[in-house]
Each structure stands twice: as structure tokens, then as C-alpha cells.
Design a protein around this ligand. Sequence first.
Ligand code: ZN
Ligand code: ZN
Length: 246
Amino acid sequence: MVLASVGTFVKDVLHFFFPPICTLCSGRLVESDQVICDRCRQELSHLMEPICRRCGSPSVTRASDTCPLCRKVKPAFDCARAAARYCGPAEQLVHEFKYNERLELAPVMAQIMYGAWQRLLAFDLPDVVIPVPLHPVRQRERGFNQAELLAAPLAALFQKPVISDAVVRVRPTLTQTHLGLRARMENVEGAFAAAIGSDARLRDKCAALIDDVCTTGATGSACAAALKKAGAGRVILFTFARASTE
Ligand SMILES: [Zn+2]
Ligand SMILES: [Zn+2]
């Protein structure tokens, strides 16, 4: 009890001399346990209707339309949605998280994703949460899988299990950044496989497939195809941000 109040006192003194600041804008935080400020949170640009009902791309003119890309090649996921556009504070957050390795940002990003899920997909909750796997060599180089770090706190919010070993990345792939859609699809084709064939944990389940950023959805679609092979009933690709393909 005494120790706890000493701890609070030390924290108060520390905060007096070193007030907690927002990771993104360095503005002062109202609550000491916040990581980003309310203004930065509000400035996250959400994807509003009209969006493609399948892949969530904003390149449609009417709600409930399907975009030209999805009409050309139907993705393997049932739908894809993202919490924010990949710009402004969302881009900054991903950058801090992934490239500056501020891994403590994962729970904040997961919280934002959880709020977005409720807004975009109502209360159509997933049964299982699955991070898009990295190739083992890539994961060793990076030291972590960003999708896994997001999936764990998100699954806790949904109160659903995380399954990280149902699909594996069997082939390393080039970074997709500078590739066009067709090249991206070829790059990830056959990159994922169901780990044990038919997987009882996935049978007829709705799987939330989690990643940090989605651009064309090619990676998500290739991974969703493997999940479907393993028996998943529905796959919803859900990412923190969506980059524009235009
Ligand atoms: Zn801020
Ligand atoms: Zn689409």
C-alpha cells in the first residue's frame, strides 16, 4: 500500500518535470497513460462510404458497388476494411511502429482498429484472429512480425483466440512497394500455404486476417486463399491503414 503510493508520487514528480507528450505531434497529453493525443486521433482519416463492398477501396462512386479491380479478379477474402487511410497521423503511426520499432504503439493501434471494426462491420464479430505471417527469414531480420503484434491486443478486445500457425509463408517475396497490381499478384502467388491442410480450428469460422497496411490487397488475398484451403468459412482482411493505389 505504502509502496504503491510512493510509486504514484514518483510518477507524479516525473510527470511534473517530464510531462508525457504525444508520440506523433509532441503535444502535451491530458492523461498520462495516453500515447497519442486526442487531436492526432481525431485527425486519422477514416475511409467513408462509398467504398468497394468487397475490398474497401474508395475508387467507387456508389455505395455497395464493386470496384473495377475486384470485378476483374475476385479476391480470395470476403471483404477487406481498414481503420484509416494511409496518410497523416496513420502513416506516421505505422512508421513509428514498424520502422522505428516503437512496438509499444501496437495496443493503441489495435484499439483504433477495434473501434473501426465496430463502425464499419457493425457487430459482425470474428471467431478467430489471424496475423498475416512473415517469411521466417524476414521475421528473423526484422525481429518481430508487426501483424502479430497488432493481432494479439485486437484478439483480446474481441475476446477471441489468435491463431498464428494456421498459415505459413512458404516463399519469401519481394517488397511490394514499387510493384504494380499484376506484379504484386504474381509476387505473392503461392507464397502462403495452409500449415496442416484442413484445420479444425478454422472450419466454417469467420477469420479476421490482420495486417498493418493494405495497398492492393494482393498479399491479403493470397493469404486468405490459404486460409480458405484450411477450411475458414469467411475471411475479413482487416488492416490498420489502407494505402491508395491511384
Ligand atoms: Zn498528437
Ligand atoms: Zn474492390
